[in-house]
Design a protein around this ligand. Structure first.
Ligand SMILES: Cc1cc2nc3c(=O)[nH]c(=O)nc-3n(C[C@H](O)[C@H](O)[C@H](O)COP(=O)(O)OP(=O)(O)OC[C@H]3O[C@@H](n4cnc5c(N)ncnc54)[C@H](O)[C@@H]3O)c2cc1C
Length: 364
C-alpha cells in the first residue's frame, strides 16, 4: 500500500495564483501543500504575459474581475514596495487614432469611475504629444494607476514566504486523480507512489483547470484557449514612458505597446483561439502587427522581431461575450471545500493577491 500524507489544504498549480493562495493560507493553516507538475513555478500563463498591473477600468461593475483587479492592484504595489520587487507606476494611455472614437474613450472612463478607479483623465492629441512625443494619436484616456512589475520576482517571493511559513511546495508532481470520500479528498500523482489527502482542495491549474475539475467529477467547465503573440524591437529604448493601449476588442485588451522594466518596448498580444497548448510563433501575423503598431508609431518592418507567446484560459467561447472569473466552492455540487478557479485570464496577475484573500470568504 502507498503512503498517504495529510494536509490542511492542497493547492494544485504553482502559477502566480496558486502561489498567492499558498502563501496566504500558510499564515492560517499548519500544513499546506502546493503541487506543481513542472520543475519550477510559473512555467505557463504566469510567465507568458505583459506583466502589467491593471487598473480595473474595463470590467463590468461588481464583477469579480473588477473587484479583485482593483483590490489586487493596490495589494501588488504594496507587496512590491515591502519586498523591494522591481516595478514601476508608469501609468497607461488608451489611445485612439480616429477622433470619432472619442465617445468610446468616454464610456471606458465612465466605467472606470463606476468601478472606483481614481485619477482617470481624457487627454487631447496635444496633451498626449507632451507626455509621449513619439506617439501618434487623436486623444487618449490617461490611467495613472496602471504599472508594470517583475512577475517572476513576485512569484519567487511568494514561494519563499510560503516555505517560511512551513508550507510544502513540490514540483515534478502532476495530479492525475482526485477521489472524494466522507469529506476527504485523496490526490494521486503521476509516477509517484504516495498520495496526499485533505478536506480542502484548491484547483488553480490555469490552462488545465477544467481537466482537474473533471478528475473529482465536476464536468461542466470547458475552457477555450486563446493564443497571444509578442514581438519586440531595439528601437525606442527609454523613449516611451507609459503603457500604450488601443481600445479593447471583444476578446482582448488590444495589441498594445508593452513597456519593460529595462526601458525596452515590445508589442502584443494578438488574440486567436487555438486547439492545443503550443507556444510557437506564427510569423504570418507579422504584417498585421506592423499595421496595428504603426497606428501609434513609425516602426520599420526590419525593426520588428519575434519574442514569445502566451495562452489565455478563457471561459468565453469564440463569438460569445466576455466572461467573469469563476471562483467557487463546489459544495452545491456535492464537493464541499473543493474550490474551482476557472478562466483566470487577464487581469489574473494583478488580481492574484486579492484572489488569495478572497479564499477566506469561500472556504467553509
Ligand atoms: C498573453 C497574456 C497576457 C496577459 N497579460 C496580463 C497582464 O499584463 N496583467 C495581468 O494582470 N494579467 C495578465 N494576464 C493574465 C495572467 O497572466 C493570468 O491570469 C495568471 O498568470 C494566471 O495564473 P495561474 O496561476 O492561474 O495560471 P498558471 O500560471 O498557468 O499556473 C497554473 C499551474 O498549474 C499547473 N498545473 C496544471 N495542471 C496540473 C496538474 N495536473 N498537476 C499539477 N500542476 C498542474 C501548471 O503547470 C501551471 O504551472 C495575461 C495572460 C496572457 C495569456
Amino acid at each position: 500500500m502507498s503512503d498517504s500524507y495529510r494536509f490542511d489544504a492542497i493547492i494544485i498549480g504553482a502559477g502566480i495564483v496558486g502561489l498567492a493562495i499558498a502563501q496566504r493560507l500558510s499564515k492560517n493553516f499548519d500544513s499546506i501543500l502546493l503541487v506543481e507538475k513542472e520543475e519550477s513555478f510559473g512555467r505557463h500563463v504566469s510567465s507568458r504575459n505583459s506583466e502589467v498591473i491593471h487598473s480595473g477600468i474595463y470590467y463590468p461593475q461588481n464583477s469579480l474581475k473588477a473587484r479583485l483587479c482593483i483590490a489586487g492592484n493596490k495589494m501588488l504595489v504594496d507587496f512590491a514596495r515591502k519586498y523591494a520587487i522591481h516595478h514601476k507606476n508608469c501609468g497607461k494611455l488608451v489611445v485612439i487614432s480616429d477622433p470619432s472614437d472619442k465617445a468610446k474613450l468616454e464610456s471606458l472612463m465612465e466605467n472606470g469611475i463606476k468601478n472606483g478607479v481614481e485619477g482617470l483623465q481624457l487627454l487631447t492629441e496635444g496633451e498626449v504629444k507632451k507626455k509621449e512625443p513619439h506617439i501618434k494619436s487623436a486623444g487618449a484616456l490617461w490611467v495613472p494607476s496602471a504599472g508594470i512589475i517583475d512577475s517572476h520576482g513576485v512569484m519567487q517571493k511568494l514561494e519563499y514566504l510560503t516555505k517560511s511559513n512551513e508550507g510544502v511546495v513540490v514540483y515534478n508532481s502532476e495530479v492525475t486523480d482526485i477521489q472524494f470520500n466522507a469529506g476527504n479528498y485523496t490526490v494521486s500523482f503521476r509516477d509517484l507512489d504516495y498520495t496526499a489527502s485533505s478536506a480542502i482542495v484548491i484547483n488553480s491549474a490555469g490552462l488545465w483547470c477544467d481537466a482537474i475539475s473533471k478528475m473529482v467529477g465536476i464536468t461542466d467547465y470547458q475552457l477555450h484557449i486563446c493564443k497571444g503573440e509578442y514581438y519586440k524591437t531595439s528601437l525606442y529604448r527609454h523613449q516611451i514612458n507609459s503603457l500604450i493601449y488601443p481600445l479593447p476588442t471583444d476578446i482582448s485588451l488590444g495589441l498594445h505597446i508593452v513597456l519593460h522594466l529595462d526601458g525596452t518596448i515590445g508589442f502584443g498580444p494578438n488574440a486567436y483561439y487555438v486547439d492545443e497548448i503550443d507556444y510557437s510563433m506564427d510569423d504570418t501575423h507579422k504584417n498585421t502587427f506592423l499595421t496595428h503598431i504603426n497606428r501609434f508609431l513609425d516602426l520599420p518592418e526590419e525593426a520588428l522581431t519575434e519574442d514569445f507567446t502566451g495562452i489565455r484560459p478563457k471561459i468565453q467561447a469564440p463569438g460569445t461575450p466576455s466572461q467573469d472569473f469563476i471562483i467557487v466552492n463546489e459544495k452545491e455540487k456535492g464537493y464541499p471545500n473543493f474550490i474551482n478557479l476557472i478562466g483566470i485570464e487577464s487581469p489574473g496577475l494583478t488580481a492574484a493577491l486579492a484572489i488569495a484573500e478572497y479564499m477566506k470568504d469561500i472556504i467553509d
